[in-house]
Design a protein around this ligand. Structure first.
Ligand code: WTA
Length: 612
């Protein structure tokens, strides 16, 4: 425990120093630094300004159409204070939930920090999600205020976000106010008395808002993530432990020197990677980062590398799926630019295949940059297993070994510890940035993570292999979660979206391995009555899923089924569907109620395979 106490003390500023490091009286409800008080926004902003680093750039922001905007620590602090006061004026207080549904614009970081400053709990929804997903997340978290935008730009087109938000959330009683950032200038309906412009709110607000000293265990944010049922899990992180984890790992894993590095994480703030490694980790460390609004192929496929060259990025952190896309586009795009400023590369979100690792190392890193393959989750809050640059020797495809302070292990199905081979990944000791619970659902929290091997063993949900050198090789999820381009989606969530379509009787969704996206969604669908499945229906279903969840969740393939393989008790046997989707020989079908269902399905999939 001395280890984490030292990290928390040296890396963060505390209003009230803690005396208790870990309270493990009531596992799995672990509590860290309980009697300490601090404020996250003060650690991310005020302390840097107070130390004379106010003019240092926090974010070099690059917009979709090539706009540039640099925000210093002083700029961020000033805007955060105004928005914090503005939110207070709207009645937001300590512990109130504030939804944030914004594109990658600087206001997204300001919104998060303003919440942290006054002890409001933010609930960011990825900008690529559909408004109905926003509604669900606002509803279950009882969000009082939502901060959103007039419109969002994507590759030359503008989507009218506020209008869509109104259509979905307009009648949500618990949502009292909507704050709207004017970003694109697209028409946005404003409801008198409920809606307020972000810039007007900030202009009218008092410029000084002292940071509220908060208990270390005060909730900082909720972030919804997919689990094995249709209902997303509201993963809850708290103040002191989370910031300790994000700050410590960002510094260690990226070998960060805040005085000279230019750091860029290409994720979206709407995911945990953006929370920990665009906003909280880098700002708490006082780093200079790049924030990019756009798509990697707009206006051209070299935009990322153009940005690296222009800002002399030294550390670059992205996802394997993006690297695979770059491989497909070809080395001529990075080849157009001088990437010699880069000195460290990172990946996150899914296993990286050795081929992509080697390409990243050679083409992007010029053969000289170490690669940190970082394994972690929304639940862990911060990186858990990763090489430490200059210390750990890497093996392409392995996240290597746990960071100091982290104790993962591999166990068999029965919970027997394994020293080598394949098994279930667990973490055997609590760590400061671990999730505290699922928002308003302690029971599901215990059930999901701490029931299989008792309240002291965190069950990750991934399978992994441990080699003779003690290196971890992450295999993938063992629950019904699909990892598409490093984004988590639950089969049940996608299924319920498909079934909501009037033509659909039943649906089963499985993952298929995919060269581009890691995994892709395959949907087996039974239609109602005498509806016949044709290409138009496929397009309709894909669109339907896009509007209910988001484009990411659209099935890559739809396979029409007269019936789905079920056990005698009526459970859909996904294992068999996976075998079919991936073209494997069928496993045991004797437990099926009607084994002939499989032969028909196997035949159908061949017919609809786009590559055939
Ligand atoms: C997977 C993203 C292999 C894993 C930070 C995990 C990885 C899930 C890696 C969490 C990696 C993440 N190698 N697999 N380096 N990083 N994963 O919550 O299955 O969106 O459980 O957090 O992504 O996804 P999440």
């Amino acid at each position: 425990m001395a280890f984490w106490a030292e990290k928390a003390r040296t890396l963060l500023d505390w209003d009230t120093p803690f005396t208790t490091v870990l309270d493990d009286e009531n596992p799995p409800f672990f509590r860290w630094f309980t009697d300490g008080r601090l404020n996250v926004s003060a650690n991310c902003l005020d302390r840097h300004v107070a130390a004379g680093r106010g003019d240092k750039v926090a974010f070099h922001w690059v917009g979709e159409e090539g706009e540039r905007r640099s925000l210093t620590y002083s700029d961020l602090l000033a805007e955060t204070q105004r928005l914090a006061n503005g939110l207070k004026g709207l009645g937001v207080g300590k512990g109130d939930v504030v939804g944030i549904f914004l594109p990658m614009i600087p206001e997204v970081a300001v919104a998060m920090l303003a919440c942290a400053r006054i002890g409001a709990v933010h609930n960011v929804v990825f900008g690529g999600f559909a408004p109905s997903a926003v509604r669900e997340r606002m509803e279950v978290s009882d969000a009082k205020v939502l901060i959103t935008v007039d419109g969002a730009r994507r590759k030359g087109r503008t989507a009218a976000v506020k209008e869509a938000v109104d259509a979905e959330l307009g009648d949500l009683k618990t949502l009292e106010r909507i704050v709207v950032v004017r970003s694109t200038g697209v028409a946005a309906p404003m409801l008198e008395g409920r809606d307020v412009w972000y810039h007007e709110l900030c202009e009218q607000a008092d410029p000084v808002c002292p940071p509220e000293p908060l208990d270390a265990e005060h909730p900082l944010f909720i972030l919804y993530s997919s689990g094995s049922t249709a209902k997303p899990k509201g993963i809850l992180h708290t103040t002191g432990g989370y910031l300790t984890g994000a700050t410590y790992t960002h510094r260690l894993v990226f070998d960060l020197d805040p005085s000279s590095d230019v750091y860029w994480c290409s994720a979206d703030v709407g995911w945990i990677t953006g929370h920990s490694y665009i906003v909280y980790g880098p700002l708490s460390n006082g780093a200079t980062s790049v924030m990019f609004e756009g798509a990697p192929d707009y206006p051209d496929r070299d935009i990322w590398w153009k940005i690296v060259e222009e800002f002399k990025v030294t550390i670059f952190y992205t996802a394997p799926t993006a690297i695979r896309t770059c491989i497909k586009w070809g080395p001529q795009y990075p080849g157009r630019h001088d990437l010699s400023s880069l000195r460290l590369l990172g990946t996150v979100g899914e296993p990286i295949n050795p081929k992509a690792w080697l390409w990243y190392h050679k083409v992007i890193g010029g053969g000289r940059c170490p690669i940190v393959d970082t394994w972690w989750q929304t639940e862990t809050g911060a990186i858990m297993i990763s090489p430490v640059p200059g210390v750990t020797s890497t093996k392409p495809g392995s996240a290597t070994t746990p960071l100091p302070g982290i104790f993962p292990a591999l166990v068999s199905e029965d919970g027997e510890p394994l020293t080598e081979g394949t098994g279930i990944l667990v973490i055997t000791k609590p760590w400061p940035s671990m999730l505290r619970t699922l928002y308003r659902d302690d029971e599901r929290f215990v059930q999901t993570y701490f029931s299989r091997f008792g309240p002291n063993v965190y069950v990750v949900g991934d399978a992994a292999r441990l080699d003779a050198d003690g290196y971890f090789w992450i295999i993938g999820r063992i629950d019904d979660v699909i990892n598409v381009s490093g984004h988590r989606l639950s089969t049940a969530e996608v299924e319920s979206a498909i079934v909501a379509h009037e033509a659909v009787a039943e649906a089963a969704v499985v993952a298929q391995s995919d060269e581009q996206t890691g995994q892709a969604i395959v949907a087996f669908v039974t239609l109602t009555g005498d509806r016949v499945g044709d290409d138009a229906t496929v397009a309709e279903l894909r669109e339907h899923v896009a509007t209910r969840i988001g484009k990411l969740a659209r099935p890559k393939r739809v396979i029409w089924a007269d019936d789905l393989p079920k056990t005698r008790s009526g459970k859909i046997m996904r294992r068999l569907l996976r075998d079919i989707a991936e073209g494997r020989a069928l496993g045991d079908v004797t437990t099926l109620r009607d084994p002939s269902v499989m032969a028909v399905l196997a035949h159908k999939i061949v017919e609809s395979d786009p590559d055939e």
